[in-house]
Write a protein that binds this ligand. Structure first.
Ligand code: NAD
Length: 349
């Protein structure tokens, strides 16, 4: 692990950072636990083709920290963690996920693993064979997690439009959805049900065609998504899409979607703010699955989608109004507020 990752771990107060390599299964990856001050850590298992272990560590650290902040803003008695696995072609997956299950079991409830990119139902079933500390939908679980995220995103967008214009006024809106995966396809469908004109793109052309036919949306060129004028740009693909080069291309009034860590760095939120784009922080708007999964894991209660929508909208309203009252970018306020809540919990303890 390079110095950068250790420096971040130290500077930002992470509780644990573990690199693992299992010679038997071939699993290689990183486990990051950011904070359990508010309660046990929650976070998905991400499998991705990282260039090396350092890139994986960087991602795990950022994602785990974002999970802590999401929990704090959503008032959940929980914290943030993440496991990332290096996707190595040709290495069988089942034994790798079983090894991840052993790691999670070893934490004895400090961390609950969940789905993320590369870890769906089959992979989580392998994890579950080795540990009970998993929040996957399953037949007896909390209910669909991606549906919860999508519902939260749509209600969060509604709150942002009301904040700007006094009303969502759906039928007059044009919304670009980037990524038509588990969350994006559902966001697009819910927006269409409200009469929104939805323009969308996915780099997987087959998937894009299928969702477009099912939901009734217009497909656009994936390379032209950001340049398309619209009321709302909803990133539902990968993080880090807003950086020095792309930022100036944004032609939307609101930027709000499910993708974690949309900003490549915090200053990109400041620059969007200066350009008059209302950026809804992902730690405020993408917590639907977390609310559903963590609530079920901690109390056994199933949270209905309407309640998730209302809770996420309330968080978004609070963040946007408080940031405006202080004259600061919403992303800065959201992060500071989340940190304040975590520190307060630590002090109370
Ligand atoms: P997914 O893998 O099902 O879907 C992502 C889609 O984005 C894929 O179809 C992929 O082809 C597409 N894509 C990738 N790069 C693209 C690009 N440049 N342009 C257009 N399309 C592109 O993932 P998901 O579960 O739908 O999650 C989407 C995002 O939301 C991720 O960043 C994830 O971390 C975040 N998120 C998901 C949940 C959840 O409940 N699934 C919860 C919180 C946050």
């Amino acid at each position: 692990m390079n110095f950068d990752a250790l420096e971040t771990w130290q500077r930002e107060g992470f509780e644990q950072l573990t690199a693992f390599r299992d010679p038997r299964s071939g699993a290689r990856g990183v486990l990051a636990l950011h904070s359990t001050q508010l309660g046990p850590a929650f976070g998905g298992i991400r499998r991705w083709s990282y260039s090396d272990l350092s890139a994986a560590a960087r991602d795990a650290l950022r994602l785990a920290r974002a999970m802590t902040h999401k929990c704090a803003l959503a008032d959940l008695p929980a914290g943030g963690g993440k496991i990332v696995l290096l996707d190595t072609p040709g290495v069988p997956l089942e034994a790798q996920y079983e090894h991840v299950g052993d790691l999670v079991q070893g934490l004895n409830g400090r961390y609950f693993a969940g789905p993320d990119v590369g870890a769906g139902e089959a992979e989580l079933a392998a994890v579950r064979r080795r540990t009970r500390w998993v929040t996957d939908p399953g037949p007896d679980g909390p209910g669909e997690l991606s549906a919860a995220t999508a519902t939260g995103v749509v209600h969060g967008i509604e709150a942002a439009l009301e904040f700007l214009d006094g009303a969502a006024d759906w039928p007059r809106r044009t919304i670009v959805v980037q990524g038509l995966g588990e969350v994006g396809a559902r966001v697009a469908a819910q927006l269409r049900e409200r009469g929104v004109r939805v323009l969308a793109a996915d780099v997987d052309a087959v998937r894009a065609e299928r969702v477009a036919a099912e939901v009734g949306l217009e497909l656009i060129d994936p390379t032209a998504q950001l340049d398309t004028p619209c009321d709302v740009f909803a990133p539902c693909a990968l993080g880090g899409i807003l950086h020095d080069v792309t930022l100036v291309r944004a032609r939307c009034r609101v930027l709000a979607g499910s993708a974690n860590n949309v900003l490549a760095a915090p200053e990109h939120g400041d620059r969007l703010h200066a350009r008059g784009v209302l950026f809804v922080p992902d730690i405020a708007i993408s917590s639907g699955a977390l609310i559903r999964g963590a609530t079920f894991a901690l109390s056994g209660a199933r949270t209905p989608l309407e309640e998730i929508g209302a809770r996420v909208a309330a968080v978004v309203r609070h963040v946007l109004a408080s940031a405006a009252a202080r004259g600061e970018p919403p992303a800065r306020f959201a992060e500071r507020e989340a940190e304040r809540r975590v520190e307060l919990a630590g002090a109370v303890r």
